[in-house]
Design a protein around this ligand. Structure first.
Ligand SMILES: Cc1cc2nc3c(=O)[nH]c(=O)nc-3n(C[C@H](O)[C@H](O)[C@H](O)COP(=O)(O)OP(=O)(O)OC[C@H]3O[C@@H](n4cnc5c(N)ncnc54)[C@H](O)[C@@H]3O)c2cc1C
Length: 304
């Protein structure tokens, strides 16, 4: 995306990729990613909303749907988190309010009426949110980069970076790339690249943050209609480390359920940690997702 926005500003843009676009080992690999503004840090929420604007712009230009605006619903239940006003849902909602972003709050009865799939005491909806179709984004970006004349050099192992006057020279296994501006977008590999920059002492405290588990629950055919992106929002109960995405008809196999401990959230369950899930934590279905009737969800292998 950085190359996409840089292309109109430069004579030539080259992407040096250590592996290949769409490598499953990268953070951006998967079928879907939440796109939300409901963070507790107003600065971060503002950045998320700005990122959304860029996604919408890219979607409009590419003519392909990639941002699914189903909203993001934060849930809370007093038998699980008794102090509802102190939950992630209520706190992030206050930030949406402060930033005047579109939002809706539901009482237990209101939630039951609008989203009968959930069994909770309240729902706090981030309206301008949803999920990104990562497969569509990757495809559209490849196409757009080609159209903008960006060279994507896959399997480029960086060997050295040198500075001469105002120019940079990057040595790779397959040759030298000279440029005026060098932008590092290497995710978890960022510090490895900075290591090569002469005189650069900046390093970032990066560490991988992955869900403990990510599964697809497959509703029976007669109930699929209750769980698609047309009626079900992205949902989260981050105080207990659960989030999910609706079934994206034709694109994903089922309802994605992730068990994730965001680094800035203290789980309500004593002794829980990202490496040791808590045995007292309720199951996803008993805490929040209530399939009307009897849903015999099938577990599928994890597919980020
Ligand atoms: C399982 C999972 C679920 C997530 N869910 C969400 C979500 O729902 N919503 C959300 O907003 N965020 C989510 N995130 C976070 C989000 O996906 C990442 O923040 C984002 O994709 C990072 O993109 P990136 O381009 O910075 O990093 P990456 O996608 O990792 O890309 C970095 C690229 O740099 C390349 N590279 C690395 N080192 C070098 C080097 N030395 N030389 C050349 N190339 C190099 C890599 O090969 C890679 O292609 C999730 C992350 C994970 C892992």
């Amino acid at each position: 995306m950085t190359a996409y926005y840089a292309a109109p500003l430069a004579e030539a843009v080259t992407v040096l990729e250590r592996s290949r676009v769409g490598d499953p080992a990268t953070a951006s690999f998967g079928l879907t990613r939440s796109a939300r503004n409901d963070y507790r840090d107003p600065g971060y929420a503002r950045l998320a909303f700005e990122a959304r604007r860029l996604w919408l712009e890219f979607q409009e230009r590419s003519g392909e749907p990639m941002l699914v605006d189903c909203g993001c619903l934060n849930l809370a239940k007093s038998s699980v988190t008794p102090d509802l006003n102190n939950t992630y849902a209520a706190q992030s909602f206050a930030v949406l309010e402060q930033l005047q972003l579109r939002r809706e709050v539901f009482s237990a009865a209101g939630l039951q009426e609008r989203f009968p799939q959930f069994d909770a005491d309240g729902g706090w909806l981030d309206v301008d949110a949803g999920f990104i179709d990562v497969v569509a984004v990757t495809r559209a970006l490849r196409r757009a980069l080609r159209a903008r004349g960006v060279r994507v050099a896959e399997n480029s192992v960086l060997r050295g970076i040198a500075r001469s006057g105002r120019a940079w020279s990057v040595t790779t296994d397959s040759g030298l790339v000279d440029c005026d501006v060098l932008v590092v977008t290497a995710g978890l590999g960022t510090n490895d690249v900075l290591e090569l920059v002469p005189g650069c002492s900046v390093r970032f405290p990066l560490r991988p943050a992955r869900p403990l588990q990510s599964k697809y629950f497959i509703p029976p055919a007669r109930m699929r209609g209750l769980f698609t992106e047309a009626v079900l929002p992205v949902f989260a109960y981050l105080d207990i480390g659960i989030y999910g995405h609706p079934l994206y008809e034709g694109k994903t196999p089922g309802v994605k359920i992730g068990f994730y401990h965001p680094p800035d959230v203290t789980l309500v369950w004593d002794g829980c940690s990202p490496s040791s899930p808590c045995s007292r934590a309720p199951s996803t279905t008993s805490a929040a997702l209530r399939p009307p009737g009897s849903l015999t969800a099938t577990r599928r292998a994890s597919q980020r």
